[in-house]
Ligand binder design. Structure first.
Ligand SMILES: Cc1ncc(C[n+]2csc(CCOP(=O)(O)OP(=O)(O)O)c2C)c(N)n1
Ligand code: SF4
Ligand SMILES: [Mg+2]
Length: 249
C-alpha cells in the first residue's frame, strides 16, 4: 500500500494551514506502515470539519449524525471484532452533542481508537464556543467571553475508564503516526486528543501557540498510575501542555 492507493478523487477542502492536514498525513502514514486496507479497517466520523477526513482517505467509512460516531463504531466493532475501527470526532461532536456516548464508551472500555480533533471551537458552523473553548473566549456565540470552564477530555477519559489516554499536537506528524498505531494495538478504549489548530476561527489555539507551550511528558513518567495520570492531565496552561501517553493499562 502507498499514498496513491489511499487517495480519493477529492482534494481536501480544509482551509490552507488547517491542523487537519497534518493529522490526515499522520493517519495515512499509519495505514501504509500497518497495511490497513478495506479488508481490515473501518473509519467512522461525526459532523464537523474533522469529519471531512473520510472523503480524503480511500477506506470504508461511515459519516454519522453529529455526536454519534462512537455508538456507530461500537456497533461495527461488536459485530466484527477483528476490524480496526477508528473514530474521528471533534471537540463539539465528542464532548458536546456526543458527550453521553463518550462517557459510556469510557465506562465500558470499548475496544476502539477515538481521535479527538480538538480545535476548541465549532469550526464547520463558522466559529461558536465549544466545550473545550477556554474561559473568556470570545466568539459569535459568546461575544462577551465564555463564562464556562472548559472540559478536559483527558481527565474525563482517565476518570471514567478509558485504558489508553494520550495527547499529541497535530504538527508532530511522526509522533502522531506512532501513537495512532499504538492506540490501535491497545486492547480497550484508546483516546487520543489531538491539538488541532483551526486557523480561521480560533485565534488563540494557533500553531505557534502550541509550538511555544507544548512540552513532552517525562520519559520516566509512570503511565500505569491512574492518580498521577489524572493529576498530570489537569496541567494545561502557558508553557505547560504535556504531550505523550498519560495513562496505559
Ligand atoms: C444533530 C445536529 N446538531 C447540530 C448540528 C450542527 N453542527 C454541525 S457541525 C457542528 C459543530 C462542529 O464542531 P466540532 O465537533 O468541534 O467539529 P469541527 O468543525 O470543529 O471539526 C454543529 C453544532 C448538526 N449538524 N446536527
Ligand atoms: S474552519 Fe478551521 S477546522 Fe475548518 S477547515 Fe478551516 S481551519 Fe480547519
Ligand atoms: Mg471543533
Amino acid at each position: 500500500m502507498d499514498d496513491e492507493s489511499l487517495t480519493t478523487p477529492y482534494f481536501p477542502t480544509w482551509c490552507p494551514g488547517c491542523g487537519n492536514f497534518s493529522l490526515w498525513s499522520a493517519f495515512k502514514n499509519a495505514c501504509i506502515k500497518e497495511h490497513w486496507d478495506n479488508s481490515n479497517t473501518v473509519l467512522v466520523a461525526g459532523i464537523g470539519c474533522h469529519g471531512h477526513i473520510l472523503n480524503f482517505i480511500k477506506l470504508t467509512s461511515f459519516e454519522t449524525l453529529h455526536g454519534r460516531p462512537i455508538p456507530v463504531a461500537t456497533g461495527i466493532k461488536t459485530v466484527n471484532p477483528l476490524l480496526n475501527v477508528f473514530v474521528f470526532t471533534g471537540d463539539g461532536d465528542c464532548l458536546g452533542e456526543g458527550g453521553n456516548h463518550f462517557l459510556h464508551a469510557c465506562r465500558r472500555n470499548e475496544d476502539l481508537t477515538v481521535i479527538i480533533h480538538n480545535n476548541g471551537v465549532y469550526a464547520l458552523t463558522t466559529g461558536q464556543t465549544s466545550p473545550t473553548s477556554p474561559k473568556g473566549y470570545k466568539s459569535k456565540s459568546t461575544p462577551a467571553g465564555n463564562t464556562d470552564a472548559p472540559l478536559n477530555p483527558l481527565a474525563l477519559a482517565i476518570t471514567t475508564g478509558a485504558t489508553l489516554v494520550a495527547r499529541e499536537y497535530a504538527g508532530n506528524i511522526e509522533n502522531l503516526t506512532s501513537l495512532i498505531i499504538k492506540a490501535n494495538n491497545h486492547k480497550g478504549l484508546a483516546i487520543i486528543e489531538v491539538l488541532q489548530p483551526c486557523i480561521t476561527f480560533n485565534k488563540r489555539f494557533t500553531h505557534s501557540f502550541f509550538r511555544e507551550n507544548c512540552c513532552r511528558l517525562d520519559p520516566d513518567f509512570n503511565t500505569a498510575n491512574k492518580q498521577k495520570a489524572y493529576t498530570k492531565s489537569l496541567e494545561f496552561g502557558i508553557k505547560k501542555m504535556p504531550l505523550g501517553i498519560f495513562y496505559e493499562v
